[in-house]
Ligand binder design. Structure first.
Ligand code: CA
Length: 480
């Protein structure tokens, strides 16, 4: 979609009031108006307790329908409210991507006894004990749902590892032992083998697990009329399963069914490798770009802005990169805390929303706020979203040529009269840069739309302008 924008419609500290689906439904018209073309919604199925964010997944088939774990609704609402919200978003041409948590299950209904060995958390191929019988939380029979939608029941042999021996209360990483049991291949190599993340880890080498999870993917995307998925924690899941899973879902929903994976690796080589393994069937979040922006926000003028997009996913795989500034994991007090500082956020969003490449994703916390506290960034985001819809067209010329002042231009195109822009960011003193916007703009007067500069810039005979930017700020210039 031309100039599409995704919004991650939740943050880590949403209140447990069951209102999110209703609030999102009521927001559909507004989202359409500001240029949001898709929303990534949080895990919409029953977690191990009502207040769970959804990543402690208990029953993937309980979308807030059954009395399980002491509640019918999830943290975000009921299945009816979920479906009504999705229908309303579709009425406004906003696509819906569900967060799919497939790596693990939590909150089992009963324990089972089986053989396991403890492993070294830093080197999971190294056993720290001989196999012995443990009692693990691996029995899932979903008493509140029964066999509706799926009759599958989970047992210890469907998992590759658990986090606790219930008979002693001992916590650790317990690898399930048995015929054909091993950590899954096709996962990240950190810690020896990064198959295990938390809770009871699904064994994607088990054909029953593969079959059941594919069935779920097909079922949930049809049941909710989904347009895509955000795949959680894929560096802990066999990459070949991910490829086959998407083939199965797309056979049902069509090839345009969208998928973006969370592969939290801060190096582009790992992401390149992952993309090759899944034959480029999934987009990835641009984690290296996030860390560049995080570092830029930490280091101030000591960060060399000319390196800002070097070695990022969007630089090398522009069609497969979802660019983002922050998310629920990077925000303060979260598991992967690396929150971009406030002063740099306007620059970071200016970059991802106005550049030609990448599929930008706006974080709920940056637009609406965190813990009910209003975000200071909403105004600038509205300005940049408007600029994306009106001006961010045509070719891009980069000027990442100075450690403290960088920028790019978009030339505009004939389909969008008056389009074209010049963006600059500074992390040091006031600066300026002469940049080409194209000869078709010569003689025009341009002004700055964020309010940081008051003068006008004339585009000269060569189609160039000398655009100022204030120190530590963003400037976005367009035709008056
Ligand atoms: Ca795993």
């Amino acid at each position: 979609m031309k100039n599409g924008v995704m919004m991650q419609y939740f943050e880590w500290n949403m209140p447990n009031n069951g209102n999110l689906w209703k609030e999102l439904k009521a927001d559909a018209a507004h989202l359409h108006e500001i240029g949001v073309t898709s929303v990534w919604i949080p895990p919409a199925y029953k977690g191990l307790k009502q207040e769970d964010e959804g990543y402690g997944t208990y029953d993937l088939y309980d979308l807030g329908e059954f009395d399980q774990k002491g509640t019918v609704r999830t943290k975000y609402g009921t299945v009816q409210e979920l479906k009504e919200m999705i229908a309303e978003l579709h009425r406004y041409q906003v696509s819906v991507y569900l967060d799919a948590v497939m790596n693990h299950k939590a909150g089992a209904d009963y324990t089972e006894k089986f053989l396991a060995r403890e492993v070294n958390p830093e080197q999971r191929e190294d056993a720290e004990s001989d196999p012995y019988e443990i009692e693990g939380w691996t029995g899932f029979n979903f008493p509140g749902r029964g066999d509706k939608y799926s009759a599958f029941k989970w047992h210890w042999y469907h998992f590759s590892g658990v986090d606790c021996d219930a008979s002693t209360g001992k916590e650790g990483i317990f690898q399930v032992v048995g015929e054909g049991k091993a950590w899954n291949g096709g996962v990240d190599g950190e810690n020896g083998n990064y198959d295990f993340l938390m809770f009871a880890d699904l064994d994607f080498d088990h054909p029953e697990v593969v079959g059941e999870m594919k069935n779920w993917g097909v079922w949930v995307s049809r049941e909710l009329n989904l347009d895509g998925m955000r795949l959680d924690a894929i560096k802990h899941i066999n990459d070949q399963f991910i490829k086959h899973f998407l083939e199965a879902v797309r056979a049902e929903r069509g090839d345009r069914f969208y998928a973006v994976g969370e592969c939290w690796k801060n190096d582009k080589e790992s992401l390149d490798e992952y993309l090759a393994q899944v034959e480029y069937q999934v987009d990835l979040f641009d984690v290296p770009l996030h860390y560049h922006m995080f570092q830029a926000s930490q280091k101030g003028r000591d960060f060399d802005l000319s390196t800002l997009i070097e070695g990022t996913l969007v630089a090398d795989h522009p069609d497969l990169a979802v660019t983002f500034v922050d998310n629920h994991d990077s925000q303060k007090n979260s598991s992967l805390e690396s929150q971009v500082k406030d002063w740099f956020k306007p620059m970071a969003y200016g970059l991802i929303l106005l550049m030609k490449e990448g599929y930008p994703c706006i974080f709920y916390g940056d637009y609406y706020g965190v813990k009910g506290k209003k975000s200071p960034h909403r105004l600038i985001l509205d300005i940049l979203l408007d600029a994306r819809r009106r001006y961010a067209f045509g070719e891009q010329h980069n000027y990442f040529d100075h450690p403290n002042t960088v920028g790019f231009t978009r030339t505009g195109d004939t389909e969008h009269p008056g389009s074209g822009l010049a963006l600059l960011i500074s992390n040091g003193e006031d600066g300026h840069k002469t940049m080409a916007v194209g000869q078709h703009h010569r003689g025009e007067y341009w002004y700055e739309i964020t309010g940081n500069r008051k003068e006008e810039v004339m585009i000269d005979e060569k189609g160039e302008g000398t655009f100022p930017v204030s120190g530590g700020k963003l400037a976005v210039w367009v035709k008056r």
